[in-house]
Design a protein around this ligand. Structure first.
Ligand SMILES: *[C@@H]1O[C@H](CO)[C@@H](O)[C@H](O)[C@H]1NC(C)=O
Ligand SMILES: *[C@@H]1O[C@H](CO)[C@@H](O)[C@H](O)[C@H]1NC(C)=O
Ligand SMILES: *[C@@H]1O[C@H](CO)[C@@H](O)[C@H](O)[C@H]1NC(C)=O
Ligand SMILES: *[C@@H]1O[C@H](CO)[C@@H](O)[C@H](O)[C@H]1NC(C)=O
Ligand SMILES: *[C@@H]1O[C@H](CO)[C@@H](O)[C@H](O)[C@H]1NC(C)=O
Ligand SMILES: *[C@@H]1O[C@H](CO)[C@@H](O)[C@H](O)[C@H]1NC(C)=O
Ligand SMILES: *[C@@H]1O[C@H](CO)[C@@H](O)[C@H](O)[C@H]1NC(C)=O
Ligand SMILES: *[C@@H]1O[C@H](CO)[C@@H](O)[C@H](O)[C@H]1NC(C)=O
Length: 909
């Protein structure tokens, strides 16, 4: 009954149930549809990789307000007010559905791998106050719609891949207190409207490609604490009012093209400044006298400007100073300022190199802070000797006193500075014996003592250098035998030079242990005996100079194993016997055998084909060779007596037919080539002679005219490539300067160093030098110096457009079929060599037309090993040795202290 009555009045209840089910149950099961939850799921869906499962809680089993990193409003349940996904390793893009979270006030995605555009829907978040997207890979432009977020007070987009300009409307976001756009790839100028942001206290626009002047309106930012404008192309004067914003804490405009003088009272008008970084500009005038009162300063950088005048010597009050860079100016006077630094008990870096300072080093150098790690006084006019008290500077890792007039013995107390990684005392007037105590410096990477008057023997203790990469004692008066233990320093990989000394006796067999060495120079000594055959295991050698000694016997067969050798000089010895034919098989670029007693036939293939690459003068019993040598021809009876293997019976006719074909093709080729290519006469690359050059930061700075834009020939993710002319005025090089601020640049440098170390092939772009040093500010500077290839990249030839041709004119026509074929063969043989021709199989990983470079005669060279990997270490003829990669790691291992001057982020308290 009840049942019936229930059903009899059921239509109403039934309707109610349906109503209930529809409005209550349905929305409950799809709670996220159209709500903030759905927008969050859409954000999650745009993430491609979530390695730590940071978003695993973002699912339907739990209300979205309890999802990790999500905070909802107290008053409006179900409305998201904050998202924080900092450092979760997320890879992916930021979904435009973000724009639906209309209650969002704060979003933090710092330190992930978000890429793609910042969606313009962000402009719909009218309540947004805080945007922290630094350290991601966002690309595209800064969304203009951000100007609709009128409550924004914090905007940090530092370290992304953003392009485009800073739009002037940014100046209308009047609540902004912090703007960070450093380390992006922006262009254009700083908009004057930025002066409207009067609440701004942090402005970070470093290394983001800006040009033009600093707008005068910037002086309206009277609350500024951090001003970071370093590493742009800003020109003109600093608006003088900027030096009057007394709140400024960090003031850095390093590495721009700013000019004018630095106000003398700068330390009074900026009483709170801690970090004053004006280096690498074109400032003139004197060092601001008020600096002596700037007791709050921790870092001063005035290096690489055109400052002049006497060096100040009253720094007693700078008790907080840690970094002091004054290198590369024209300061004169004596070194009395060193005494005045005694109260700087936290001083870590003192760099005053490349100035006009004169006089001797005061004994008070011993009173410098015991925290000092970096001391560079090179290229001044220091007289006298190194004070013995230098032994007090126990934390020193870098000591550069090169290119001065220092004299007397090298103090043995330097041997107590056991943290030293680099000593440069070259080009001074040091005399006496080498202190054996230097051998205690187990961490030493680079020892430069060349161009002095040091005498005596090489101390046995030098065999304790376990981490040495460069050993240069050339141009001294050292004598005695070369201790065998010293030639066992298998870590030495860049250069080992004892040239221009008076060493006697033979080269010890142990020389074969220098397996990682690129450049061995024992020339111009009094060495004698046989050249040891054990050189065959020095498989990384590129340059071997033994000229100007008294070696006798034959040229050892072991040299045939040095497949990377490019420059061999054995001239002015007493070598006898034949000129071995394997020399023609090596990929030598320069060979000097002159003034020996060699006999017999000069080969005419390989390097011997090139008259200007070889010298065989002063050997009386040689014959044959190419006609230009003008030697008499060899008696023709001997060759007939050689064995005549059967294969040759087949090969010879083939070769004859082949040669005829080749000659024919040759004519066709020459005809085609001559018609199409106007062979430009260019400075010949011969002068390079394949040496592994030693280039300093300064050399490269000069070669590229200060890394000027006119010399810029390309820019990539990890750095820029500049064209340069080296000191000799002839050698054209391409200099790739790594942008160490970019994530992965160091890794790419390492990859390239590792890949190119010890491998040589005519179709691989030759690396002439690796410059891993510090610039005048003491910051890490890494560059790779390659041969310059005048015909640029294959990419340019394949995809050139007509307008670009104007100046190249006839030169830049389409490639001929034969050229294309030759290029293909060149690339193939380079890759074949990388895969099978070396001890380590190298995977280039980035072979593409823009990485194929063409030289004058259109020979192709594979370059850019930034992504290369060495996959296996097949030890063949010689035992594997664990230190091989450690060697290169060491070169870049030295961490310069100057990097600490980079305040991109907002870490000012
Ligand atoms: C919301 O739900 C409706 C009906 O179930 C569906 O058609 C629509 O696609 C959903 N929208 C979203 C954004 O999930
Ligand atoms: C966001 O809002 C738009 C339009 O207002 C809508 O089309 C879209 O489905 C919403 N997205 C989500 C995930 O709710
Ligand atoms: C959903 O979130 C809960 C709570 O964090 C978690 O335990 C569960 O594994 C998640 N489910 C899925 C399918 O990821
Ligand atoms: C950045 O995120 C990674 C995880 O992806 C983390 O290991 C690293 O510590 C984070 N770095 C900083 C400075 O927070
Ligand atoms: C930036 O990202 C890199 C790579 O994920 C990480 O090593 C670094 O610590 C991050 N820095 C900051 C400040 O988050
Ligand atoms: C961005 O802003 C413009 C106007 O300023 C507006 O027309 C456009 O719809 C906005 N885009 C989005 C996705 O909100
Ligand atoms: C913002 O700055 C610009 C240029 O400096 C100026 O013309 C404009 O009137 C300013 N706007 C406001 C609202 O102050
Ligand atoms: C510097 O040190 C000396 C003692 O060596 C001391 O007399 C002087 O007051 C100090 N100067 C400052 C400014 O601290």
């Amino acid at each position: 009954m009840a049942k019936n009555s229930f059903f009899s009045c059921s239509p109403i209840i039934f309707c109610f149930l349906i109503f209930f089910l529809y409005f209550v149950i349905t929305p409950a099961t799809c709670a996220n549809n159209g709500t903030d939850g759905a927008a969050l799921l859409a954000l999650k869906a745009a993430i491609d990789d979530d390695p730590f499962g940071a978003l695993s809680s973002w699912n339907e089993t739990m209300h979205f307000c309890r999802w990790q990193g999500v905070t909802c409003s107290h008053r409006h349940r179900d409305r998201v007010v904050s998202i924080n996904l900092m450092s979760r390793g997320l890879v992916g893009s930021l979904s435009p559905h973000l724009g639906n979270l209309s209650f969002l006030r704060s979003i933090t995605l710092q330190n992930n791998s978000f890429r793609g555009q910042i969606p313009e829907e962000i402009g719909r978040l009218r309540r947004l106050e805080y945007v922290e997207f630094s350290n991601n890979s966002f690309g595209g432009e800064i969304p203009r719609n951000l100007t609709q977020c009128r409550n924004l007070y914090y905007l940090n987009l530092i370290d992304n891949d953003l392009t485009g300009t800073i739009f002037p409307e940014l100046g209308s976001l009047s609540k902004l207190e912090a703007v960070g756009l450093s380390r992006n790839r922006l262009s254009g100028t700083i908009p004057p409207s930025i002066g409207n942001l009067t609440l701004l206290n942090r402005l970070s626009l470093g290394d983001c490609g800006l040009e033009g002047v600093i707008p005068v309106s910037i002086v309206q930012l009277q609350n500024l604490r951090l001003l970071q404008l370093a590493g742009n192309r800003l020109t003109g004067h600093i608006p003088s009012g900027l030096f009057n914003i007394s709140t400024i804490f960090v003031f850095t405009v390093r590495s721009n093209r700013l000019e004018g003088t630095i106000p003398a009272d700068v330390a009074f008008t900026l009483p709170n400044v801690r970090n004053l970084d004006l280096g690498e500009n074109q400032f003139t005038g004197e060092i601001p006298s008020s600096l002596s009162n700037a007791s709050s300063l921790t870092a001063i950088n005035l290096s690489s400007n055109n400052l002049t005048g006497p060096m100040m010597s009253n720094f007693e009050r700078l008790t907080n100073l840690e970094y002091f860079f004054l290198s590369g100016n024209n300061f004169w006077g004596d070194f009395s300022f060193i005494s005045s630094l005694k109260n700087c008990t936290s001083l870590k870096v003192l760099a005053v190199s490349h100035n006009l300072l004169n006089g001797s080093l005061p004994d008070s150098i011993a009173n410098l802070s015991s925290q000092l790690t970096y001391l560079s006084l090179s290229s001044n006019q220091i007289h006298g000797s190194i004070p013995f008290g230098i032994e007090k500077l126990l934390n020193l890792t870098y000591l550069d006193l090169g290119h001065n007039y220092l004299s007397g013995p090298i103090p043995s107390s330097i041997g107590k500075l056991f943290k030293l990684q680099e000593i440069n005392l070259e080009a001074n007037r040091f005399t006496n014996d080498l202190p054996p105590s230097l051998g205690n410096l187990a961490l030493l990477n680079h020892l430069y003592l060349g161009y002095n008057n040091i005498s005596g023997n090489l101390p046995q203790s030098f065999s304790h250098f376990r981490n040495l990469l460069t050993f240069d004692l050339s141009h001294n008066n050292l004598n005695g035998e070369i201790p065998r233990e010293i030639l066992s320093l298998s870590s030495v990989s860049i250069s080992f030079s004892l040239a221009y000394n008076a060493f006697t006796g033979p080269i010890p067999q142990e020389v074969g242990l220098l397996r990682n060495l690129a450049d061995l120079d024992l020339s111009n000594n009094l060495l004698s005996g046989f050249i040891p055959n054990s050189l065959s295991t020095c498989v990384s050698l590129q340059r071997l100079h033994l000229e100007g000694n008294s070696f006798d016997g034959e040229i050892p067969a072991g040299i045939s194993a040095l497949s990377g050798l490019q420059d061999l000089d054995l001239s002015r010895n007493n070598l006898s016997g034949p000129i071995p034919s394997f020399l023609a098989d090596l990929r030598l670029l320069s060979l000097n055998l002159s003034f020996n007693r060699l006999q017999g036939e000069v080969p005419s293939s390989g390097v011997f084909k090139n008259r200007s690459a070889i010298s065989v003068d002063g050997n009386n019993d040689i014959c044959g060779g190419i006609a230009e040598l003008k030697l008499h021809s060899c008696p023709s009876s001997h060759p007939k007596k050689r064995k005549f293997p059967k294969v040759l019976i087949i090969i010879i006719p083939t070769v004859v037919a082949g040669s005829l074909f080749c000659i024919l093709m040759g004519f066709v080729y020459v005809f085609v080539y001559k018609r199409i290519t106007l062979v430009k006469s260019r400075a010949s690359m011969e002068s390079l002679k394949g040496q592994f050059m030693r280039l300093s930061y300064r050399n490269l700075l000069e070669a590229t005219e200060g890394f000027s834009e006119a010399n810029l020939i390309g820019a990539g993710r990890f750095g820029s490539v500049y064209k340069g002319i080296l000191d000799d005025g002839e050698t054209m090089v391409a200099v790739k300067v790594l942008n160490l601020n970019v994530k992965g640049a160091s890794k790419s440098f390492m990859a390239e160093c590792n890949a190119l170390r010890g491998i040589r092939h005519r179709n691989l772009l030759k690396i002439l030098s690796i410059c891993s040093s510090t610039d005048f500010q003491g910051r890490d500077f890494k560059a790779l110096v390659y041969e310059f290839k005048p015909n640029e990249s294959l990419e340019k030839w394949l995809h050139h457009n007509a307008e670009e041709e104007s100046e190249q004119d006839g030169n830049r026509k389409n490639l001929t079929m034969i050229q294309r074929l030759n290029i293909a063969i060149d690339i193939a043989s380079a890759l074949e060599y990388l895969h099978f021709g070396t001890d380590t199989t190298i995977i280039h990983g980035d072979v593409k037309p823009s990485n194929i470079l063409l030289d004058d005669d259109m020979t192709a060279h594979v370059g850019d090993f930034g992504l290369a990997k060495a996959i296996s270490n097949l030890s063949r003829d010689f035992p594997a040795n664990g230190s091989s990669s450690a060697a290169i790691k060491g070169t870049v291992g030295y961490i310069a202290p100057g990097m600490l001057l980079n305040f991109y982020l907002f870490e000012v308290s």
